[in-house]
Design a protein around this ligand. Structure first.
Ligand code: GDG
Length: 732
């Protein structure tokens, strides 16, 4: 039996106990609209889940819950309330969630409050959610945590259940590191670590996902490869899932009698005037003042449109117990009065202002009647109203949309504007009013197709599919970790063998990775282990490294080892001298070096390592983001420069290396193994260059990759620090 547990700050219902009978009200808002849509559609179609549970806090007491339990159970899903003490809830919700995270993540640092008491309440409420969920969670459940109020929760659930399947979705933007870092150190860590408790962390756009990965790197030092993050042994994915809407519901609404009636009423009221509208919760992020200024500029610059247009501004009451919000309301109302006072005539009012919740049918009627939707938030995670308007349009309609909304990355055919550029906004309104109907329809059709294909059900399915995939990938990794069985098997083979060969990479395998390569000299414990390994006459031990011959000789020359240096370009058998594997002169280096040098200047902290047969550019100790960007640029340049030459470019672990083609660890390892014909071969490495060995040796060796991540090796060892003890256990 599989269950889906949805967790959000609020349950999608509230109780209205003001009248004689208790009334149940469904709450509005982006998340509720999206998930309710999925539940309704999926219960009609049937899904893989036998049961769906929604966990959230509520505005009713435990007693009211007990009295109304039956009528409050949702139908498509069951609900589990979390009861939170009022004072704590205020500090958690009005405090940390909406006076710290909300303004900061929407790029309003000046409105951000940093109150320890609020953070403590936030932590505590996340804990209370965790306790409740842990009580109801069963093996096999899929847990999906939503939004910025519950960012610490995933890790709390993870600690209670290591194998749980946990997804997290952030509905608001994740800001750049420069903004995120304004949070005090401990809060930053707890939030990121909290999110890393999930297996999959979803965002609306590519940028938000990248900003999150970057912050995790900067604050937690997390390793990442594209959108995969590594926490200890666990692999986590951060990806984009731009939320969709219940497309069919809005399409169908446009055919409904009541909606059409409301639309006709609007059209009748305003005669042949063009209708511009917007619908937003009251919030400083929505850019309402700039929008009003943009409309005023339009009336000023294009007087020919006066009396021919009307702007219906709908504001939905929200968070009215936070001071910044009430202040905003006053400012907006003043601006509305100014515009109406300035431009109204006896028979015309340019602005209709409503501060109220709209019934669904009225909302749809408005979408249908409007010629233009003017949606210009200063920041918005996505913005569903924009998508709903597009879905509802039948005979044209123009969407003017802020380029700073998440929706702008999908709705390219809208007229995108900068929400603070009120002059551009005025001009865009004027040109939208004159856009030919054919063009309006064409643009709408392209956007509608996209919204229809990736609707809310697709969004949920996509997220849950990806979550299942991450679990599978994690499963594969754990299956490959060297466990007791593997060690027993290797011990057994080792004992039986008469001639054994060890191929051991150095950096990241025998020794930890360090910021400066020259600081990776072997510790006495490593030297004595290698001496012990070599003292058995049946053992032939190769250090196979990208390092230059001189360094390996200096560090380990006194041990009876064989050496393969510079990824196979030079070899030294234990009783012989260094043998060059190539006769090609190294004049090519003079052509490549200046390019690498220019990147040393462009990326502080990077440097060139000069080897006999290779040039290596290291960027481990540079600024993470810059190093990565510069390395991609350099890689691109080097690939162009070396195309059709005898050189190859290797994209290693924080290094780019240029060397001769036809010489890699794989070819040399295979040569050595063929020459020795051992009956036991063990090969260990951590880097992309070691993958060449794993592939080349294939069935001829036991191959082990250090660290998680996909590999063609037979096994993984979780961390470098476990390598020596593992080797000890094989030979003991
Ligand atoms: C967050 C993010 C992200 C609004 N007023 C009425 C009403 N609504 C419905 C709309 C729409 C939803 O509420 C509002 O969604 P938004 O996306 O605009 O904004 P948030 O509530 O702030 O949502 C946002 C979203 O999460 C989803 O991830 O897009 O960026 O901030 O569905 O139709 N519905 C009715 N009457 C109203 O007066 N019936």
């Amino acid at each position: 039996m599989s269950r889906l547990i949805i967790i959000s700050n609020r349950l999608p219902y509230s109780l209205d106990t003001s009248g004689e009978t208790v009334q149940i009200r469904q709450s509005s808002g982006g998340l509720v609209s999206a998930l309710k849509g999925y539940f309704e559609l999926s219960s009609a179609k049937g899904t893989e889940f036998d049961e769906k549970i929604w966990v959230g806090s509520c505005d009713f007491s435990e007693q009211e819950w007990n009295e109304n339990k039956e009528s409050l159970q949702g139908g498509d899903f069951s609900i589990e309330p979390v009861f939170i003490e009022k004072d704590i809830y205020t500090d958690y919700y009005n405090g940390f969630s909406n006076s710290t995270i909300w303004p900061l993540f929407h790029y309003f640092p000046s409105l951000t409050e940093y109150e320890k008491q609020h953070f403590n309440a936030y932590y505590k409420v996340n804990e209370q959610f965790a306790q409740r969920i842990i009580e109801i969670m069963k093996p096999g459940d899929v847990v999906w945590v939503h939004d910025y109020q519950l960012m610490i929760l995933p890790q709390m659930l993870r600690k209670a259940n290591e194998d749980a399947t946990i997804g997290f979705f952030l509905h608001i933007p994740f800001p750049t590191y420069e903004i995120f870092r304004l949070l005090p150190g401990e809060w930053k860590k707890l939030i990121l670590d909290g999110l890393m408790g999930a297996d999959l962390v979803g965002f609306h756009t590519y940028d938000y996902a990248q900003y999150f990965i970057n912050s995790a790197k900067m604050v937690l030092g997390t390793d990442s490869h594209y959108n995969t993050l590594q926490q200890g042994n666990r692999l986590i994915k951060a990806d984009l899932f731009p939320i969709g809407i219940d497309y069919k519901k809005f399409k169908a609404a446009s055919e409904e009698e009541e909606v059409i009636l409301y639309k006709n009423q609007l059209l009748q009221n305003f005669g042949d005037k063009k209708i511009i509208f917007s619908v937003d919760r009251l919030d400083y992020t929505k850019g309402l003042n700039y929008r009003l200024q943009g409309y005023e500029n339009f009336l000023e610059r294009y007087p020919e449109w006066r009396e021919k247009v009307v702007f219906i501004l709908n504001i939905i009451p929200s968070r009215d117990n936070i001071a910044t919000y009430t202040e905003r309301k006053r400012m907006i109302e003043e601006k509305v009065s100014t515009i109406n006072g300035k431009y109204s005539t006896i028979q015309w009012q340019p602005l209709i202002y409503r501060y109220n919740h709209l019934p669904f049918n009225e909302l749809c009627g408005l979408y249908l009647a409007a010629n233009i939707a003017l949606i210009t938030p200063l920041r918005d995670g996505m913005n569903l109203v924009a998508k709903e308007f597009v879905a509802s349009c039948k005979d044209g309609g123009v969407l003017i949309l802020s380029e700073l909304t998440g929706a702008a990355s999908e709705l390219n055919e809208a007229c995108l504007v900068n929400p603070t550029d009120t002059e551009e906004m005025a001009d865009t309104i004027a040109s939208a009013l004159q856009m030919p109907l054919e063009e309006q329809k064409n643009r709408m059709q392209v956007m509608q197709k996209r919204l229809e294909e990736y609707d809310v059900v697709e969004w949920v399915n996509d997220f849950l599919d990806q979550l299942a995939k991450v679990k599978k990938e994690q499963g594969k990794l754990t299956a490959k970790l060297v466990d007791k069985n593997a060690v027993d098997k290797l011990q057994n083979e080792y004992e039986k063998a008469q001639k054994r060969c060890f191929l051991l990479d150095y950096d990241g395998t025998l020794a930890p990775l360090v910021r400066i390569p020259s600081e990776a000299a072997p510790k006495p414990t490593l030297i004595s282990f290698l001496e012990k390994l070599c003292s058995d006459e049946k053992n032939e031990v190769f250090i196979i490294s990208g390092r230059d011959a001189a360094t390996l000789e200096k560090w380990l020359g006194h041990v009876k080892l064989h050496f393969i240096a510079e990824h196979g370009a030079v070899v030294k058998y234990k009783n012989g001298g260094w043998e060059q594997q190539t006769t090609i002169p190294s004049a090519w280096k003079d052509e490549i070096r200046p390019m690498l040098q220019s990147y040393v200047f462009r990326c502080a902290g990077s440097f060139i390592e000069e080897k006999q047969h290779a040039l290596t550019w290291h960027y481990r100790n540079t600024h993470e983001g810059l190093g990565f960007i510069r390395s991609r640029e350099l890689l691109n340049n080097l690939l162009q420069l070396t195309a059709n030459s005898h050189l190859q470019v290797i994209d290693g672990n924080k290094v780019l290396e240029v060397r001769l083609t036809g010489m890699d660890k794989g070819m040399t390892a295979l040569k050595v193994v063929n020459k020795l014909s051992p009956d036991f071969t063990l090969c260990i490495g951590d880097d992309t260059t070691d993958e060449d060995m794993f592939t080349a040796l294939d069935t001829k060796a036991f191959t082990i990759k250090v660290g998680a991540g996909s590999t063609s090796a037979n096994f993984n060892i979780a961390q470098q620090k476990d390598v020596l003890s593992f080797l000890e256990s094989i030979i003991s």
